[in-house]
Ligand binder design. Structure first.
Ligand code: FES
Length: 102
């Protein structure tokens, strides 16, 4: 059963920047877009490069190693929807960001 785990303070997350965190030792990437926070596995589905070193354009996150691109809202690989990276549901409660982690 997924547990709620606190990972960041919402107001300290910079808008549109890539923030790496390690809740429970898991590599997770946080991205704040407006009032939303997206949380994804910080490891590319191709060869495991850290996506936190990538480039964000809109909702498309480009891997720094071989340019694969993922939708941060779904984790789907943009060129083949059957591939993707894990996403974690985020909740914001009183300025704290919590993730549902396995
Ligand atoms: S490791 Fe990300 S595209 Fe190759």
């Amino acid at each position: 059963m997924p547990q709620l785990t606190e990972v960041a303070e919402f107001t300290k997350l910079p808008e549109g920047k890539l923030s790496a965190v390690f809740p429970k030792g898991l590599p997770v990437l946080l991205i704040r877009r407006g009032a939303e926070v997206y949380a994804l596995e910080n490891r590319c589905a191709h060869m495991g490069c850290p996506l936190s070193a990538g480039r964000l354009e809109g909702y498309a996150l480009q891997c720094p190693c071989h340019d694969w691109r993922f939708d941060i809202r779904t984790g789907r690989f943009l060129d083949a929807k059957e591939l993707g990276i894990k996403t974690y549901p985020a909740e914001i409660i009183e300025d704290k960001v919590f993730l549902r982690l396995p």
